[in-house]
Design a binder for this molecule. Structure first.
Ligand code: FE2
Length: 403
């Protein structure tokens, strides 16, 4: 038995139509959706006939519960006012453009579903077995995963809500966050994600499918509806531009944008750096750490690592504009080191501050950097910076909603 499972349609009928077609073409015998039918996009109503015409079995997400009740907000579980501000824009649009008949249909959906498929007990949830709006991130500590797995007891747990896909096994339990099809996974591509599972004799084999769809049509529809450019940009580029504060440092470091524009004055004050911190795109409410006074727009690599094409491509993907090879005899040239400089090498990373002020504790460490993984090294350094900013109280650490 092959099943296809999506989540987070987010008023994106173009992606939902592609999901149904793609899943059937890949031999899926049953189609499921884990909820959040509205939000984000402009057109919630056309999602309804696509679900019913394609026999997609649905559970209700926090969005669907809220829309059915005509609630004041989406109940997404955001804690930062800037995250909530954008969530409210999406919710108000969805509520105003969803018929009460569709809302009533959503109100009839269960918020979870258990089904035995070929000897395998499958638990379909929206957030996690703990709560409908629980953000089940891959980077949660082991004990947090264990608590969620234990509260289900099923062989397979399928979730969405956080928007970022992952697959893990915890003992005998398989957990798949199927991602969402309404917006990309903060990975720099407009493609979206769903999961296929082959279930046979009590065993399930999962895989994540990267789904191409007509994202231009979705972007056009959002612009015509007057939705914020920050939302449209995400569908076009694949990078998240809102709802950053809820992301754990691990997931946040993987994106292009790391802080809200409104955090910049506090960040400069807290780190004692005068700035400036240029804003690469004034149309977006966010900006990257890379290229800021806290993080160089170029890196140095040790000679032993070298400027291989794969390394240069990885650096570009991480937003690094320039890679220079370190002269082992002389090190980085102090005259060019007004900004903090970063050296990546086989033993990890090192900071060089030159005459500039050290903006943060110059922690060294990380994994050895080879020819293929400079993007991973940059993410690790960004993660370390974000963690320091959170520890110092300059950025708010995310708090996860479990009801
Ligand atoms: Fe959700």
């Amino acid at each position: 038995m092959r099943i296809a499972v999506c989540g987070g349609v987010y008023s994106n009928p173009y992606a939902l139509a592609s999901f149904c077609e793609d899943a059937r073409a890949r031999g899926a015998q049953r189609l499921y959706c884990l909820g959040d039918l509205g939000g984000y996009g402009a057109e919630p109503e056309p999602v309804w006939p696509l679900l019913t015409d394609n026999d997609v079995v649905c559970v209700a997400g926090n969005y669907d519960v809220a829309i059915a009740a005509g609630g004041a907000d989406c109940g997404c579980g955001y804690r930062d006012p800037r995250d909530q501000q954008y969530a409210q824009i999406m919710y108000d649009h969805t509520l105003a453009h969803t018929s009460r008949r569709f809302a009533a249909w959503m109100g009839e959906l269960p918020t979870e579903r258990r089904e035995t498929i070929h000897g395998c007990e499958v638990h379909f949830v929206h957030g996690s077995p703990l709560a409908n709006n629980d953000f089940w991130w891959e980077s949660l500590p082991d004990e947090a995963h264990a608590a969620r797995v234990a509260s289900s007891g099923a062989d397979v747990i399928l979730a969405t809500h956080s928007g970022l896909p992952w697959i893990r096994r915890f003992g005998q339990t398989l957990v798949v966050n199927v991602g969402v099809i309404g917006r990309p996974a903060n990975d720099g591509t407009p493609r979206v994600c769903y999961a296929l599972l082959d279930i046979d004799h009590g065993r399930a084999a999962p895989r994540l499918v990267s789904l191409a769809y007509d994202w231009r049509a979705q972007a056009r529809s959002m612009r015509e509806a007057g939705l914020p450019e920050a939302f449209v940009s995400t569908n076009e580029t694949g990078w998240w531009t809102t709802c950053l504060e809820i992301l754990p440092t691990e997931e946040r470091s993987r994106g292009r944008y790391h802080v809200y524009d409104s955090s910049v004055p506090e960040l400069l004050t807290a780190t004692g750096h005068p700035g400036p911190w240029p804003d690469p795109d004034p149309h977006l409410p966010v900006r990257p750490l890379v290229g800021s006074p806290l993080f160089p727009s170029r890196v140095w690599v040790e000679k032993s690592v070298g400027r291989a094409p794969a390394l240069l491509a990885g650096a570009a993907a991480a937003g690094i504009a320039e890679v220079r090879e370190l002269d082992d005899a002389h090190g980085a040239d102090p005259d060019t080191m007004a900004l903090p400089e970063l050296t990546l090498g086989e033993k990890g990373w090192r900071w060089h501050y030159g005459d500039g002020a050290a903006p943060l504790d110059p922690t060294e460490g990380g994994q050895p950097v080879g020819r293929e993984d400079v993007a991973g090294a940059v993410r690790a350094v960004v993660r370390s910076l974000l963690a320091q900013l959170q520890t110092s109280g300059t950025l708010t650490p995310p708090r996860y909603c479990v009801g």
